[in-house]
Design a protein around this ligand. Structure first.
Ligand code: CMP
Length: 235
């Protein structure tokens, strides 16, 4: 049984989640009573592409990586998500299987909203249904932009795009002067849809331009505006 204090904390968390933006208080209370908390170790596969969809996941702590394997057998990272984002809605609304595999990058705490509760919530509360549509539309727009960039830009442009996406999405650690992306060259290659060797060369070139600094498994973004200029070919 969830205590009153935990229930109000949970409602505060749900209010931050794009799915529940401006949702009626009653909808938040119903959701807070329905969700179940799960904790995952780093490197856990939460579910795999093709699995049956049983629940929607609301991230409360930690990072997850969403990926697919392409026809050539290469992993393509679709996104890295962090709180207060949610995932796993597509299989539930489409009554289909999981469109991607989700793996935890560190310890993850998530709240699961199961199929029937989720379906009832979106049919009872049009504002939640609209928020869901807005998220799907924004992911679709992101994919359209990405497919343009990844097919027309050279390796340096693609890597600049991936770094800026991480920077703008907040999937980084920041201090006063710079932002740190803690990913290996292979992980960046999976995001950019290219090889590890190409990423290593592109990172060297970007470092030569003075917009990033690299260390093993770490990239510091020192000049995001410069990266943006490189992406748009004006530098
Ligand atoms: P589902 O298909 O149930 O399981 C995988 C989830 O990954 C999917 O629901 C979405 O929540 C999420 N997802 C799939 N593609 C993308 C994408 N391009 N950007 C962000 N999230 C995605």
């Amino acid at each position: 049984m969830i205590s009153q204090a935990n229930q109000s904390e949970l409602i505060e968390l749900l209010k931050q989640v794009p799915l529940f933006q401006n949702a009626p208080e009653r909808a938040l209370e119903i959701s807070a009573s329905a969700v179940r908390k799960r904790v995952y170790e780093p490197g856990t596969t939460i579910f795999q592409e093709g699995d049956k969809g049983e629940a929607l996941y609301i991230l409360a702590q930690g990072l997850v990586k969403l990926s697919k394997v392409d026809l050539g057998g290469h992993e393509k990272t679709l996104a890295i998500l962090q709180p207060p984002e949610f995932f796993g809605e597509m299989a539930l609304v489409g009554e289909s299987t999981r469109s991607a595999t989700v793996v935890t990058l560190n310890e993850v705490h998530a709240y699961l909203l199961f199929h029937d509760d989720f379906r009832k919530l979106i049919s009872d509360y049009p504002s939640i249904s609209l928020n869901l549509t807005a998220t799907l539309a924004s992911r679709l727009r992101g994919m359209d932009d990405e497919s343009q960039i990844l097919s027309y830009k050279d390796a340096q442009g693609r890597v600049a795009y991936v770094l800026l996406r991480l920077y703008n999405g907040g999937v980084i650690e920041r201090d006063a002067e710079r932002a740190l992306v803690r990913l290996t060259h292979q992980e960046l290659a999976n995001l950019a849809g290219t090889s590890r060797e190409t990423v290593t060369r592109a990172l060297k070139a970007l470092e030569g331009e003075g917009v990033i600094e690299t260390r093993p498994k770490e990239v510091f973004i020192t000049d995001p505006e410069g990266l943006e200029e490189i992406l748009h070919g004006i530098r």
